[in-house]
Ligand binder design. Structure first.
Ligand code: AMP
Length: 456
């Protein structure tokens, strides 16, 4: 179908058209132009689209319009949006509030990692729209606090990431609880076969819309790659951040520990930095994200899962401190900048051990990432896949080897060689000294609970 050029051509009801205009949107993005007419007619939809394409409004606007038109007496959950991360859930909830601000529909967001009290209260009021992560949704369904019998529309967002994060069983359990007669929308940035199978099962005669070809990077991103020795990466990051045009940088670390290390180091250098990853409490993550949004934090260090779908305007730079081990991750990461047609820079560090990851990335984006050689920490060794002059071991192999070593040590006589404290006592002795035998103090138990992984 031909693309509608103006929102006026989409037949949105006046309160929605007004909200869209107040947001400053003049023309629908391609996904909006192509999805909205079908969704208003009640069709199922299979959307292959990256975040940053305007996907949220593409489904939120027609959903709000449908709900407004079919409004009956009692308030019940009539639309469910299932999404993998808490940040994404909060963002979608915010979009529904923004676009629906001139309607009297209500929405609620539920996710794990926070107490359920306020979510329970909101559910009792009977929202029209529920945005949820799978774990907390199933939890509250199990407690009979959520009734999906009156659902009219189900939206599965970021299906590929949902599968990556191991939520497939949870998603299936949610689907089993939905009424058979409903409209279903299914969005995924990529379409591996497991995702396509799930879509087949869920959708009835769907409209298929692919907005940007699978795994191509968005226009408007200036990409460069810097070869650097593993041990020099942090120095390189510090040097880069002396450039004041880097005003809002999202730095990606492959591991949670790595993210913490970067954060500590930049804090020592008096750079306003925060971090988000699965070991952080929900409050700490919300605070960091809010600080990054307002500009109070210049740098946000994140792991892939925590950052997925984060929508922050004007991210000037994405810095891949580590290359992702899944090549698709590269496209998702650098898509955090240059959102909705803006311009941004993506800078990737590549050490000798990551050369294989770089090759995988270049294979899927079907081109070379431009390399910058004119920086002081450029390493020819890294460019040739070497570390200390010998072929580097990939991070995955290194991790597997370390795990095997630890397992062997356990088999061959128990613990790893204990690290000794100043008085020669082991770490365990030091830790337990002065506290009676029995369960760990409540403070520690609370801390451990707070550190449980993200998502549900
Ligand atoms: P999304 O892909 O839904 O995460 O949207 C990415 C960004 O694009 C968000 O900041 C939206 O506010 C913005 N956006 C969505 N639709 C439009 C539009 N039609 N015109 C301008 N910006 C938009």
């Amino acid at each position: 179908m031909s693309e509608v050029q103006k929102f006026a051509g989409l037949n949105l009801i006046a309160p929605l058209a007004r909200a869209v205009a107040e947001e400053g949107y003049e023309t629908p993005t391609p996904i909006q132009a192509r999805c909205i007419p079908h969704l208003l007619k009640g069709r199922d939809l299979l959307g292959c689209a990256q975040t940053g394409t305007g996907k949220t409004a593409a489904f939120a606007l027609p959903v709000l319009q449908g709900l407004e038109k079919s409004r009956g007496g009692k308030r019940r959950i009539r639309t469910l949006i299932l999404t993998p991360t808490r940040e994404l859930a909060a963002q979608i909830g915010e979009s529904f509030r923004t676009y629906g601000r001139h309607l009297s529909l209500t929405s609620t967001v539920i996710f794990g990692g926070v107490s359920q009290g306020s979510q329970e209260k909101a559910l009792r009021r009977g929202p029209d729209i529920l945005v949820a992560t799978p774990g907390r949704l199933l939890d509250l369904m199990g407690q009979k606090l959520i009734d999906l019998k009156h659902l009219e529309c189900f939206i599965l967002d970021e299906a590929d990431r949902m599968l990556d994060m191991g939520f497939i069983h949870d998603v299936r359990r949610v689907i089993d609880a939905l009424p058979a007669k409903r409209q279903t929308l299914f969005f995924s940035a990529t379409m591996p076969s497991a995702v396509a199978k799930l879509a087949d099962r869920l959708l009835t005669d769907p409209v298929r819309i692919v907005v940007t070809p699978e795994l191509t990077t968005a226009d408007g991103i200036d990409e460069t790659l810097l070869f650097v020795d593993r041990g020099d990466k942090r120095r390189l990051l510090e040097t880069l951040l002396q450039d004041t045009t880097i005003c809002r940088a999202l730095v990606f670390s492959r591991t949670k520990h790595g993210a913490d290390r970067i954060c500590k180091q930049l804090t020592r250098r008096k750079i306003a930095v925060g971090s988000i990853h699965g070991n952080k409490t929900q409050n700490a993550r919300t605070r960091a994200l809010a600080g990054f949004r307002t500009g109070e934090l210049r740098v946000l260090v994140a792991t892939d899962i925590a950052a997925r779908g984060i929508d922050v305007d004007d991210v000037s730079h994405v810095i891949n401190f580590d290359l992702p081990n899944e090549p698709e991750g590269y496209v998702h990461r650098i898509g955090r900048t240059a959102r909705a047609g803006r311009y941004g820079k993506a800078i990737s560090f590549c050490s000798g051990d990551e050369l294989g990851y770089l090759r995988d990335i270049e294979r899927i984006i079907k081109r070379k990432v431009p390399v910058r050689l004119d920086h002081d920490l450029h390493s020819e060794d890294a460019a040739n896949g070497l570390e200390d002059g010998v072929p580097a071991e990939s991070p995955c192999k290194r991790q597997a080897r370390k795990q095997a070593e630890r397992a062997r040590q356990r088999r061959d006589g128990g613990a790893r060689p204990a690290r000794r404290g100043p008085q020669g006592q082991s770490a365990n002795t030091r830790r337990s000294k002065g506290r009676p035998k029995g369960p760990a103090p409540a403070k520690n138990r609370r801390r451990r609970r707070a550190r449980r992984p993200a998502g549900g």
